[in-house]
Structure formats: C-alpha cells, structure tokens
Design a protein around this ligand. Structure first.
Ligand code: PLP
Length: 460
C-alpha cells in the first residue's frame, strides 16, 4: 500500500487512518518505555511512525506505507539505506564474530582511512557514540591546557552528557539542567552564535578557557548558520589564547565533503568529533586530532613525559562490525562523488520547494547548505522572498524554539500523509541515492501539505 493523502480528512485523521500498526505499537511501547521512545527527537503527536524496513532513499512502515526518507538514520546514511557494498562488508564481518575482546585489523584500516580523509586527524581514538566523542574531546582539552572553562554556542547540540546539557534547548542562562551538578554547568560559558563581540569579550574576561566546541556549519546542520568571518575569528582567538578548537563533525563529517566541514570551510580545528557516517549506519564514534593532544591517551608518551594518562575504556569501541561498515562507507565516499551528488540534489530540492512556496504565495523558505534542508515558517511574518532567503538575521530567534510542535508538527504530518518523512526541524538529511523520482514525490507532497494546511486554516 502506498501513502496517499485523504483529501477531505484532516491531516491527523489521515495519518491515523493509514498507520493503525504504529498506533498499536506506540500504545504497547508506552507501557515499557518513557513516552514510548528511545530518542527524544522521535517524539511525535499523536504517536510516532514505526518502521519495518528501508532501502536506498525510501522506507516502509509497519502498515506497508512507503516514504521517501529524509530522516536518513539521524544523518548517518549518506549512502542511503542498505548500500550493497556496505551490507556485504557487514555480513562478512558478522560471520567472523561480533566482538573479539581484542585489537583487530579493521580498526587499524579504519583509522588509517580517517587520517587520510580528515585534515585535522593525526591520531584517532574510537568511542561508541558521538556523545562519548564530545565528552572525551572536552576532557582532552581540559587536560592538555590545564584550564577549566569551555565555551559552547547556544542552540548547538553535542550529545546529552552532563557537560553539554545546558544551552541546547533550555538553560540558556548557563544554569544546570535537572540532574546535573552546578559545578559542571559553571564550567561552561555560553555564547550566542555569530556574536563576535561576545566571543572576544569571553576571551578577554577569562584566561582559563580550555576549549571551544561548535557545530562548524551552525546548529542543527546549518539550520542556524555561522558566518565565515565568525569562524575565522574563532580560529584566531583560540590560537592566540592556546585554547583547543573542537569541531563537532558528528553530522558534517563525511557529509559536507569527504574531509568534512573543515575541508569545505578551509579551517582546521585542533580536535574533531565524529560519529554517524563514520561507522556506516552502525553504532560508533571517534575523537580525532592533533597527536600532541591525543598523546594524553598514550601509555608510553604520558609515562615518558611524567604526565597522568587519561583513562579510556568502552566495550564497543571500534566494534569489528561497525568498523567493517565504516571502512566500506568511507571507502565509497573517498573514491566516488557521493557527497557532491547528495549536495547537488539538496540544492535542486531547496530551489524546487521554494518555487512551490512562491506559487502558493507563502512567505516561508526552504534553505540550508550542503546535503540538507530546513523549512522556515517565518513566525514573525518578515518580508522575505523564499528563493533569496538569508537565515543569518533570524538565527537568534530560532534558538530554543520547540521543534515538531504547532505548524512544524503539521508540516511533518502533511508530508508523512503524502509519503515523505522529514525530521522534527522540520529538516531533512539527503543521501546520494535520492534521485528524480524522490524529488518529484517530495515536491508534490510539499504542495499537497501546504494546500492541506490552508484548508485546515493553519496557514493563510
Ligand atoms: C552535532 C552532534 N554532536 C553530537 C551528537 C551525539 O551523537 P550520538 O547520538 O551518536 O551520541 C549528535 C547527534 O545527533 C550531533 O548531531
């Protein structure tokens, strides 16, 4: 069965009519999982979609509805679902065993590939997730500099551990999030994105800044973009002060370009955190960067220097199955135009969706950079032209705004009912497998969604 809009039903009624299997599973899930969920960003009213299989740019829910997929495994699937080369490598690895409790050849080859592709990567330490990678990057920065404070930018996401729990979606005053020690929160200095004066002031006022962490294309993969001059200032200030510059490339790594955002932007950080595409759709992460910093994880170097080594364990670090998926994925990215194709599709899609907005006389915009898109619903009704929209002046207003609620939730619902899945931004990650067919479905779904929202009185 394919997903088709029911023209006379409200979007919610249409969604409920086509997804009884998801409704049933969600009801069961709520009895055992808080909110019935395993990840906050899958929260969706009245209930989330339950998916049973996927292939290339599409996936199917438990009721057999087919969707063009822009959730992309939370951004980890730039080669689309079930890439045949990656799957062959995974199956071969599985046949050899899922965990040796030992070093293995694949982790060496994986790390060699990363150091060849990512400009800042002189050394690699694998973790099991992006959250663990940013946790280690922050600890390395403090240990290397002997300083306490870390700067982060409001709205940027770096995982859910204690050090990064304020300033993403709440606690913008720097206070501790619930369950987090005040002492941890007080070590984090918050700065607004693109606030050059504020950033300079922080460096003038604090001589104990260990490091600065950021999403290099801006929060949520460029939903709140950063100006290039701000990035240059950041590199200059960190270099002058001896603070460690950390690019969190968990999303942008191997997506923006084979060498990540740092290659595309032309700024090399001291440390980089990686996950998602790194391990080809399986769990994994890494902190990579300058040898002299990662040497704090090295038994021999720290012993010779009389320094305390940073302890680091992790049962699933560099798991052989993740390593196999990672090597196959990075190999394809390094040797083909996969990133460029995904970027090109995204650029055309943004333009085509903006044509729909202009045809429908709606002052929203579809914007973004590289292989992604974001839908701006213009809450203040600013005088914008969709195809020429510049998000930079609107970044401050976007910080902390609920995703997936109100009109954003309705957009997502409308797109689902018409066979397209985006994330709660509403935004999308694009893969190298998206093509003309998916483009046509998406454009039609977007138009149908806007018309449904007009009919329902959600937009004028
Ligand atoms: C920029 C960024 N950093 C860190 C993380 C955390 O990664 P993980 O979910 O693998 O812990 C994410 C996850 O979405 C992310 O987008």
């Amino acid at each position: 069965m394919s997903a088709t809009a029911l023209p006379n039903a409200t979007l919610t009624a249409a969604y409920e009519a086509m997804t009884p299997g998801s409704a049933k599973l969600s009801a069961q899930a709520r009895a055992v999982l808080p909110s019935g969920l395993a990840h906050d960003s899958r929260h969706f009213d009245p209930y989330p979609l339950y998916v049973s299989r996927a292939k290339g740019p599409v996936k199917w829910d438990v009721d057999g509805n087919r969707y063009v997929d822009y959730f992309g495994g939370h951004g980890s699937l730039i080669l689309g679902h079930n890439n045949p080369t990656v799957m062959t490598a995974v199956h071969a690895a599985l046949d050899n065993g899922t965990h040796f409790g030992a070093c293995h050849e694949a982790e060496v080859r994986w790390a060699e590939l990363i150091t060849r592709m990512v400009p800042s990567a002189e050394r690699v330490r694998f973790t099991s997730s992006g959250t663990e990678a940013t946790l280690m990057a922050l600890r390395l920065s403090r240990a290397f500099t002997g300083r306490d404070k870390l700067i982060r930018f409001r709205g940027h996401f770096h995982g859910w551990h204690d050090h990064m729990s304020n300033g993403y979606s709440n606690h913008f005053d720097g206070s501790a999030a619930t369950g987090v020690l005040d002492g941890i929160a007080s070590g984090i200095l918050l700065c607004d994105p693109n606030d050059s004066e504020g950033l300079t002031r922080l460096f003038n006022d604090h001589k104990d800044i260990a490091g600065v962490i950021l999403e290099p294309t801006g929060a949520s993969f460029g939903k709140m973009p950063l100006r290039q001059d701000f990035l240059t200032l950041l590199r200059d200030l960190t270099r002058q002060s001896g603070a460690i510059l950390i690019f969190d490339e968990v999303v942008t790594g191997f997506r923006v370009s084979p060498g990540g955002a740092q290659q595309a932007i032309g700024i090399t950080p001291d440390l980089t955190t990686l996950a998602k595409i790194l391990s080809g759709g399986l769990p994994g992460g890494a902190v990579v960067g300058r040898k002299d910093i990662l040497d704090l994880l090295d038994f021999d170097v720290t012993k010779a220097a009389g320094r305390e080594k940073i302890g680091h364990q992790g049962t699933f670090n560099a798991n052989p199955v993740s390593a196999a998926a990672g090597i196959a994925t990075l190999g394809i990215i390094a040797s083909t135009d996969a990133c460029a194709r995904a970027n090109a599709y995204a650029e055309t899609l943004r333009a085509r969706l903006n044509e729909v907005l202009e045809d429908e006389h709606l002052r929203w915009a579809v914007y973004g950079s590289y292989a992604g898109f974001h839908i701006f619903t213009n809450p203040t009704d600013a005088d914008i032209v969709p195809s020429r929209f510049d998000p930079i002046p609107f970044v401050a207003d976007m910080i902390g705004k609920p995703r997936g609620a109100g009109v954003n939730g309705q957009i997502r619902m409308g797109l689902l009912v018409n066979g397209v899945d985006v994330n709660s931004g509403p935004s999308g990650w694009i893969s190298a497998t998206h093509g003309e067919e998916e483009m046509a479905i998406t454009v039609d779904a977007f138009r149908a969604t806007i018309r449904a929202l007009k009919r329902e009185g959600t937009v004028a």
